[in-house]
Design a binder for this molecule. Structure first.
Ligand code: PBG
Length: 326
């Protein structure tokens, strides 16, 4: 080949920042993000979560501090996790009108009415055994759990939640919650299904944060088995048939293939949850000085969006939004 006649030189488009920006295929934006917040009972609390550096458990009265950061970063949605003082076998505090999550929702909507509040609907933070539903002979009973998830979703919406996101991986949870909302004339409230949620070791730090590790056994009887992708597509299809408005793949990084296939198969808005273990691994390595945190985080979140996610749920949301504006 005569090199003087080399026609194709992809490097031409990498020559300057402006050119690279011009041909950039995937761009992160603060509006892509949902920022998860943990809320505890008590007063004047901003408890560091040891396994998730720079993340905290907030008492309701201290929430304004983090909400100001969220709004300032132009992040427009938060995902709430309540950690009650008292837990019991049936997760009563998940659907108590005075529960910690209901209190937090009311406080947030009062202070920041335009912030989109997404309520995580599950029982694991609220049960003394740490499972996502009601136990019978060591097994989580599906249909009895649906009733409690529905009560929890309805009570969160009555407190002011804009979206509910059932994460218990019970069969029929989207249909049950949809019906429960509709009879209360809450037909306009969207459901974001945690449709393909895997039984993942990447939730480890979250379970410390939310004090929600199962006391016995594990979640393999209801969350998905990591080797499966066809099953994920089936789960998402079921959620959409049950009325889910948005769907989710969780975790994100070890499941980019699932995200990509979900995007190619369905037209509903697709969220990906960049979970606690994915956060903590990056934090730990960057605290050691082994990696460049900002570059790693941007590359990671870009990969999740490039795979096909429209909505990114991430503990890095505030950092990314601030870097994007810097
Ligand atoms: C269930 C729930 C979990 C997460 C979100 N919702 C924990 C679990 O299933 O054990 C994990 C999120 C994370 O790891 O960041 N309420």
């Amino acid at each position: 080949m005569n090199l003087n006649q080399l026609l194709h030189r992809p490097r031409r488009l990498r020559h300057s920042n402006a050119l690279r920006n011009l041909v950039q295929e995937t761009r992160l934006h603060p509006h892509d993000f949902i920022y998860p917040i943990f809320i505890v009972e008590g007063q004047n609390l901003k408890q560091p979560i040891v396994s998730m550096p720079e993340q905290f458990r907030w008492s309701v009265d201290r929430l304004p501090e983090i909400l100001d950061q969220v709004v300032q970063a132009d992040i427009q949605a938060v995902l709430l996790f309540g950690i009650p003082e008292v837990k019991d076998a049936v997760g009563t505090q998940a659907y108590a009108e005075t529960g910690i999550i209901q209190q937090a929702i009311r406080a947030i909507k009062k202070k920041s009415p335009n912030l989109l509040v997404v309520g995580d609907v599950c029982l694991c933070e609220y049960t003394d055994h740490g499972h996502c539903g009601v136990l019978e002979n060591g097994d989580v009973v599906n249909d009895a759990t649906l009733e409690l998830l529905t009560k929890s979703a309805v009570s969160q919406v009555l407190a002011g939640a804009d979206v509910v996101a059932p994460s218990a991986m019970m069969d029929g949870q989207v249909a049950a919650i949809r019906a429960g909302l509709d009879v209360q004339e809450l037909k306009h409230i969207p459901i974001m299904g945690y449709s393909a949620k895997y039984a993942s070791a990447f939730y480890g730090p979250f379970r410390e944060a939310a004090e929600s590790a199962p006391q016995q056994g594990n979640r393999a009887g209801y969350q998905m088995d990591p080797p499966n992708i066809r099953e994920a597509i089936r789960e998402i299809e079921l959620d959409l048939n049950e009325g889910a408005d948005m769907i989710m793949v969780k975790p994100a990084l070890s499941y980019l293939d699932v995200i990509q296939q979900a995007r190619q198969t369905f037209n509903a808005p697709l969220a990906a949850y960049n979970v606690s273990g994915e956060y903590s691994m990056i934090k730990a390595a960057s605290q050691q000085g082994w990696i460049d945190e900002q570059r790693i985080v941007m590359e990671t979140l870009t990969s999740i969006k490039r795979a096909g996610a429209d909505i990114l749920i991430s503990y890095f949301a505030l950092d990314v939004a601030n870097w994007l504006r810097a």
